[in-house]
Every structure is written in structure tokens, then in C-alpha cells.
Write a protein that binds this ligand. Structure first.
Ligand code: AQP
Length: 332
């Protein structure tokens, strides 16, 4: 059975970008793959964070995975820092990663902004830790949103160059799986910027736990353009907000973009916004109730799920780490 690994940072409430770009696609792997879904807390501390809320955010992400359809009986859900192995492999990989490769990473440039000198070494090395997360399980496939494509290519580059030096059996080359109905969901305030947990505007994103009123309000305020909605995908060129809202409508109603466009062609944005609100409320309502139920009544269950998942992750990753040390020459 092929192994799948993916993860999300516990940096706050998850949004529909995390859902459509990642979790929604993970659900489809559960019956056919050996699945490991990780809550990447070590990545969450690469920027300023609040130690008081880190644990709460980890349990929230676990609840969100389960609420959105991950079944812990089929897939291991675990916390990245529980097996200490990821940090250890990170060092071995870091010593084989040229700085020039890291200098090309656009996410570091975006997150560090103008204050590059004040950004942490951890933020700079984030893609190396991500490579360790994947390579330590010899994962075959990694389903992620489009924003993570560059990091996955780096993981493959590191694996390839180390395999050349130490033997082809060292690491499996992971395949990025960038797919699903909306691999890149854009901000509701700016159709050219990615929807993100860290965007200062709460109106830029729809959260999995938003109430029906909050969803309606955010979609009502979403940026638009002054033209009627077009008929063909080619006509969406230069209209990022129209493209984003139509893509979201298609994703939320299980339709292709072309089909969604037929429904609204020639109409103004208000018809689309009304239908999108209804679709989001219908899709997210049950997910949000399940998340809230788990967080209110089932914390003990969440901790058991994370403990069991952590044990599986520890067993696999310790074995692979041991093998890696050995192949790298640590034999005494
Ligand atoms: N806007 C998006 N569209 C599609 N997929 C997305 N993902 C994130 N944003 C979008 C996917 O969600 C998974 C987990 O992301 P993450 O939280 O680990 O890191 P991120 O990509 O940096 O997400 P955010 O929301 O932008 O978080 P912050 O603001 O904390 O950095 C990944 O598979 C990602 O592709």
C-alpha cells in the first residue's frame, strides 16, 4: 500500500483554503493508502507564537481533521513534535542542503517580508524540516495545496542528491499531489493573494467554524469587479475575484468551474454571492458542529487519537532514522 503524508500548522482556526487544498483531498486516500496526517507544531513556532494557545490549537486541528472526515481508525493523526525524530533528521538534511536552494523559497520571502534579518533561522529552514517530515516516513505521495509545491520540489531535490551520494535506497522520492477542486483558494479581499490564516483581515477568509451569519457577512463584503459574470474560463483572465468566487462555488457544490460558470453567466455578483453563501453554510455546518462537539465533550478521545497516531509515527520514523544514520556513516 502506498504511503501518504500531509500536515497543517496549528497556527489558528482553519479556513476553506486548508480544507479544499488539503483535508478534503486527504479523505479520499483513507481506504486505499497508508495515511499519516500530521499537526505540524514545530512549523508553527517558526514565527512569533503564543505558548499559551499552542496546545489548544493542536487539539483544534485534530478536531478539524476528524470533523472534516478523517477517520482515526483508518488514518494515523499525530503531532509532529511527538516523535522527536523529525527534528533529528532535519539536522542531517540541513547539512546536505545548499543555502542557494533555500534562498529561492518564495514563502520565506513572503513571510519574512522586509524584516529578513529579524526572521528566525527556523523560518528559513522550514522547508528542510518539511522535507524531514516527509522523507522520514518514506512517503510516496504528499497531497497539498499549490502554495507548497516549491517546498515539495526541494524535498525531492534533497532526497535525490543524498541518494546519489549515499545510495538509492536512502530516501523514496515523494510525489506532490496538487489536485482537488480548489488547489489555490484566494483571499476574499484580494483575488491575487492566497487565503491565509495569518492575513490580518478576518474578512479575507471563511473559517470552518464560522456561523452562517459570519459566512454570509464575509461573502457579502467579498471584493468583486463591476462587470457581469462571464461565460467562459478564458474570459476570467484579469478577473481574479470572479474566478475565485466561481471556483469556490464549484468546489462547494461538487461541480467543475465550467458548470458553475454556466449557472451565473451574464448575472451580477449578488446572485453568485447568495448561492455561494448557501453552499458554504450547507457544507461547513456539519463540519463545524462536529469540531465543536469534539472540543466540548471529547477532549479525552482527541488525546487518545493523538497518542495512538504518535506511537505509529514513532515506530516507523525511528526505524528510518536509524537506517539513515547508518547509511550516512554513523556506525560506531
Ligand atoms: N489558500 C489556500 N488554498 C489552497 N490550499 C491552501 N493551503 C493553505 N492555504 C491554502 C494548504 O493547507 C495546508 C496546510 O497549510 P499550513 O497551515 O500548514 O500552512 P500554509 O500553507 O502557510 O497555510 P496558511 O493558512 O497560509 O497558514 P499561515 O498563515 O499560518 O502560514 C497545505 O497543504 C497548504 O497547501
Amino acid at each position: 500500500m502506498k504511503r501518504v503524508l500531509s500536515g497543517i500548522q496549528p497556527t489558528g482556526d482553519l479556513h476553506i483554503g486548508n480544507y479544499l487544498g488539503a483535508i478534503h483531498n486527504w479523505v479520499g486516500y483513507q481506504d486505499t493508502h497508508d495515511c499519516l496526517f500530521c499537526i505540524v507544531d514545530l512549523h508553527a513556532i517558526t514565527v512569533l507564537y503564543d505558548p499559551e494557545t499552542l496546545g489548544e490549537n493542536v487539539e483544534f486541528v485534530a478536531a478539524a481533521y476528524i470533523g472534516a472526515g478523517i477517520d482515526p481508525k483508518k488514518a494515523a493523526i499525530f503531532v509532529q513534535s511527538h516523535p522527536r525524530t523529525h527534528s533529528e533528521l532535519h539536522w542531517l538534511l540541513a547539512c546536505h542542503t545548499p543555502m542557494g536552494w533555500l534562498n529561492r523559497m518564495t514563502q520565506f520571502k513572503e513571510k519574512a517580508g522586509k524584516k529578513k534579518d529579524q526572521a528566525s533561522l527556523g523560518l528559513y529552514a522550514y522547508p528542510v524540516l518539511m522535507a524531514a517530515d516527509i522523507l522520514i516516513y518514506q512517503a510516496d505521495e504528499v497531497p497539498v495545496g499549490e502554495d507548497q509545491k516549491q517546498h515539495l520540489e526541494l524535498a525531492r531535490d534533497i532526497a535525490q542528491s543524498m541518494n546519489q551520494r549515499y545510495g538509492e535506497t536512502l530516501f523514496k522520492l515523494p510525489e506532490p499531489m496538487i489536485q482537488g477542486p480548489a488547489p489555490r483558494v484566494m483571499s476574499l479581499r484580494d483575488g491575487t493573494a492566497k487565503m491565509s490564516k495569518s492575513d490580518p483581515s478576518a474578512y479575507s477568509r471563511i473559517l470552518l467554524r464560522d456561523s452562517a451569519d459570519e459566512i454570509a457577512q464575509k461573502i457579502r463584503k467579498a471584493k468583486t469587479d463591476p462587470h457581469p459574470l462571464p461565460e467562459t474560463v478564458a474570459d476570467l483572465e484579469g478577473r481574479p475575484e470572479a474566478k475565485n468566487l466561481l471556483t469556490l462555488y464549484g468546489a462547494m457544490t461538487n461541480q467543475k468551474l465550467e458548470e458553475a460558470m454556466k449557472i451565473f453567466a451574464g448575472q451580477n455578483f449578488s446572485a453568485l454571492k447568495e448561492a455561494l453563501t448557501e453552499a458554504c453554510v450547507q457544507k461547513l455546518g456539519p463540519i463545524s458542529s462536529e469540531i465543536n462537539k469534539l472540543l466540548q465533550d471529547d477532549r479525552a478521545y482527541l488525546r487518545t487519537v493523538l497518542k495512538d497516531g504518535g506511537e505509529k509515527a514513532r515506530t516507523i520514523s525511528e526505524k528510518n532514522l536509524e537506517k539513515t544514520y547508518h547509511q550516512l556513516g554513523f556506525k560506531v
